[in-house]
Design a protein around this ligand. Structure first.
Ligand code: ADP
Length: 393
């Protein structure tokens, strides 16, 4: 049996999974977290059984050593044949997943100015994995590369040209692995050849983005230079007037980095509701009459519907609107409200089907005659493992 280890390294955590691509089964998954706190922990799930361990020190190297130990203990280490790393920003350098060598590491490093929070953590994880698993082929899979097929009219901002040519200021888009996976799944579900399909894919998790995908290629998406642009998210504002930066800086005496921090961490659903970034909690509060929670859900769905309509422009026609991510896969309310804003495009929700599509169920939620809206369960780990296999074969 040959297994693929998939690693997603953040600044203070490493998410990991071990997959068997023969049957697409997840043999193991886990999380090493609080890597720079007093007692970093490693949690491992295998077949519904959870085990917690204390790591012997801080940082990514120790955590990777812990993951290696676990694989050894479970007798899986020898079967891991390849490793896939989720890397957030590949700039324009990486159009597809790429096998890692020193040159590739240097190029990921060169993308750090575009993702100063994420790429350094991804690099720490890759270096720790290269040390812990010497000799195993390792592949970087980028959140951005799926969107490299966007044409300039979609990715360029209307700003001075040298911002783009000298500093790379353009729209890149993120969540590429998820948009790629769910559009492939949707084509299968509808029994359509992928190359003939036109999908709008809405990935709604803590981060949210939408993409127009034609023939399996991204033509436009809502996230930009950074993952802050576009839809309302858990704690991120999404679109706003760029003039707000100067307004806040001048009137509240905030620095640019303080403003950026507020827009990333205190805005979105949390900012609007003054209650929570968690859609489940907001739905409960809204049902109980909480005005902030009600408004947050309204703004979330209205913005989403506007973006669905906008994504018709690059596609020209629609084979299905796809809902995915924790909110897209589970929130019957968000799906119903969003489609409610789109009845003029012909969308007609089937309330019974909508109610059933939760907790891992996938399928159609619209009535016959409506443009199809589908719930599709995303599986970024599996997609990364599949991409790794394709690069290495
Ligand atoms: P991440 O982007 O961190 O992977 P997820 O894709 O798991 O996050 O999505 C998390 C979001 O999904 C949260 O806002 C959570 O409240 C929401 N969510 C999960 N289950 C439900 C549910 N049953 N109803 C409404 N929202 C849900």
């Amino acid at each position: 049996m040959s297994l693929t280890l998939v690693l997603n390294c953040g600044s203070s955590s490493i998410k990991f999974a071990v997959l068997n691509l023969q049957d697409k089964h997840k043999a193991l998954s886990g999380l090493a977290e609080r890597l720079f706190e007093a007692q970093p922990r490693l949690t491992v799930n295998q077949s519904g059984h959870t085990e917690e361990l204390e790591l012997s020190g801080q940082g990514h190297r120790v955590a990777m050593g812990g993951i290696l130990q676990i694989l050894n203990k479970l007798g899986l280490r020898e079967q891991v044949a390849q490793i896939g790393h989720r890397v957030v920003h590949g700039g324009e350098r990486f159009q597809q997943p790429t096998r890692i060598d020193e040159e590739v590491l240097a190029q990921i490093e060169a993308c750090v100015p575009l993702a100063p929070l994420h790429n350094p953590a991804n690099l720490l994880g890759i270096r720790a994995a290269l040390e812990a698993f010497p000799g195993l082929p390792q592949v970087a899979v980028f959140d951005t590369s799926f969107h490299q097929s966007m044409p300039p009219r979609a990715y360029r901002y209307a700003v001075p040209e040298n911002w783009y040519t000298q500093h790379g200021v353009r729209r890149y888009g993120f969540h590429g692995t998820s948009h790629a996976y769910v559009t492939q799944e949707a084509a299968q579900m509808l029994d359509l050849p992928l190359q003939n399909t036109c999908f709008v894919s809405a990935h709604l998790g803590n981060g949210c983005s939408i993409a127009a995908v034609k023939g399996g290629r991204s033509l436009d998406t809502s996230m930009g230079l950074t993952p802050l642009e576009g839809l309302v998210m858990g704690t991120r504002s999404g679109d706003l007037d760029p003039g707000i930066h100067a307004f806040l800086a001048e009137n509240l005496n905030l620095s640019l980095s303080e403003v950026t921090d507020l827009l990333n961490k205190k805005s979105g659903l949390l900012g609007l509701s003054s209650l929570s970034n968690d859609m489940r909690e907001l739905e409960q509060a809204a049902a109980g009459g909480h005005p902030g929670a009600q408004l947050a859900i309204e703004v979330f769905c209205y913005r989403l519907a506007k973006y669905v309509a906008a994504m018709y422009v690059p596609l020209g026609r629609l084979d299905a609107l796809i809902f995915t991510g924790g909110i897209g896969e589970n929130s019957t309310l968000v799906r119903a409200k969003t489609l409610g804003y789109l009845t003029w495009l012909g969308f007609a929700l089937d309330a019974d089907l909508n109610r059933v599509m939760i907790r891992g169920n996938s399928g159609l939620i619209t009535q016959p005659g409506s443009p199809p809206a589908l719930v599709v369960r995303t599986n970024e780990e599996l997609m990364i493992a599949l991409e790794v296999q394709e690069v290495l074969s």
